[in-house]
Write a protein that binds this ligand. Structure first.
Ligand code: GDP
Ligand code: MG
Length: 301
C-alpha cells in the first residue's frame, strides 16, 4: 500500500474563531492525555449524510457527496494533521442494498481496516426519519458481528438533517429524544447489549446539520434549532468517548477472518461435547455393559 500522505489540516481555518479555538482546546486536551492520533470510522446506510459529515468535520470538500445512491464503491481515509495531532476519518459506502446488508461492501470495509485501530465509530442516520425497522437492526448487527460489540463503547450516534420543524406539534427536544430513544433501542438490540449493561455502555447521540441552512449564533458558528453550535459539540463528544476508559478497537486478521467475535465462547463447544462423550457417555455405557454381563451370567448359571 502506498504510504499515506498526511496533509496539513487547513480546513480547520475555515471555521469561525470561536469554533476554531474550541477545537484547538479539545485537541490540546487529547494531547495532554497522550492521544496524538484519532481514527474515526464513519458507517451507516447509504444517503444518510456520512460523506457530508466527513466534509463538515474536516472543513473542506474531501469526499464526494451525492443526493442519489451513487456512492464511492470503496472506503476512503482522509488524514489531516495540525500541530502534531493527526486526524484520520474513514468514510465508507452505505451498508444497505436492495433491503439487505451488503456483505461484499462489509467485506471491503473490513479489509480496508486491517491493522488499523479505530478510536471512534460514528454511526450516522437522519434525524428526520420517523421509524426504525429490522433493517436498522441488521446494519447494527453487521457492524457488531464484524468488529465485536465493544466497538459500541467507542460509538457515537450522529443524526444529520438536524434543521427541521418537528411534526404533530412536538417540541424540538421532544422529537429529538423520541427519535434518539428509538434508534438507541435498535442499536442495543443489534449490538446485543444486555439490559444490565445499558447504563455502562450509554451511547451519546449528536445532532448535525451539514447544509448551509442552519442559523448562526453571535460568534458566527452554525447552530441547530436547540441553539447548540454543532461542530464543537460533535468534536467534544468524540473526545469524551475517547476518554471514557474503553479501548480502541484493533482490527486484526483474527477479528476479520476468525469466528464472530461475539461468539468466541462457542469455540469451546466441541471440547465440551468431547468431554461429555468420553467422561459421561462412555462411563455410562461401560456401567450398562457390566450390568448386562452380570445379568446374563446369572441367568446362565
Ligand atoms: P452518504 O451516502 O451517507 O455519504 O450521504 P451524503 O453525504 O452523500 O448525502 C446524501 C444527500 O443528503 C446529499 O444530497 C446531501 O447534500 C444531503 N445531506 C447530507 N447531510 C445533510 C444534512 O445534514 N442536512 C440536509 N438537509 N441534507 C444533508
Ligand atoms: Mg457517501
Amino acid at each position: 500500500m502506498a504510504a499515506q500522505i498526511t496533509r496539513e489540516w487547513t480546513g480547520i481555518q475555515t471555521f469561525p474563531p470561536a469554533t476554531l479555538n474550541k477545537l484547538l482546546e479539545l485537541l490540546g486536551k487529547l494531547k495532554q492525555e497522550d492521544v496524538n492520533t484519532l481514527t474515526i470510522l464513519v458507517m451507516g446506510k447509504g444517503g444518510v449524510g456520512k460523506s457530508s459529515t466527513v466534509n463538515s468535520i474536516i472543513g473542506e470538500k474531501v469526499v464526494a457527496v451525492s443526493a442519489f445512491q451513487s456512492e464511492g464503491p470503496r472506503p476512503v481515509m482522509v488524514s489531516r494533521s495540525r500541530a502534531g495531532f493527526t486526524l484520520n476519518i474513514i468514510d465508507t459506502p452505505g451498508l444497505v442494498e436492495g433491503g439487505y446488508v451488503n456483505d461484499q461492501v462489509l467485506d471491503l470495509i473490513k479489509r480496508f481496516l486491517l491493522n488499523r485501530t479505530i478510536d471512534v465509530l460514528l454511526y450516522v442516520d437522519r434525524l428526520d426519519a420517523y421509524r426504525v425497522d429490522n433493517l436498522d437492526r441488521q446494519v447494527v448487527r453487521a457492524i457488531s458481528d464484524s468488529f465485536g460489540k465493544e466497538i459500541w463503547r467507542r460509538g457515537v450516534v450522529v443524526l444529520t438533517h438536524a434543521q427541521l420543524s418537528p411534526p404533530d406539534g412536538l417540541s424540538y427536544e421532544g422529537f429529538f429524544s423520541r427519535r434518539s430513544e428509538a434508534l438507541l433501542k435498535v442499536v442495543r438490540l443489534g449490538a446485543r447489549i444486555k439490559k444490565q449493561d445499558v447504563q455502562a455502555s450509554s451511547i451519546p447521540v449528536v445532532l448535525v446539520e451539514n447544509t448551509g441552512r442552519c442559523n448562526r449564533n453571535e460568534n458566527d458558528e452554525k447552530i441547530i434549532p436547540n441553539g447548540i453550535a454543532w461542530i464543537p459539540n460533535l468534536v467534544e463528544t468524540i473526545t469524551s468517548v475517547v476518554s471514557n476508559g474503553s479501548k480502541g478497537i484493533l482490527i486484526d486478521k483474527k477479528l476479520i477472518e476468525g469466528p464472530n467475535p461475539n461468539e468466541r465462547g462457542k469455540i469451546l463447544i466441541p471440547f465440551i461435547l468431547a468431554f461429555q462423550y468420553f467422561f459421561v457417555v462412555k462411563r455410562i455405557q461401560r456401567w450398562i455393559k457390566d450390568d448386562i454381563a452380570r445379568e446374563s451370567k446369572s441367568a446362565w448359571e
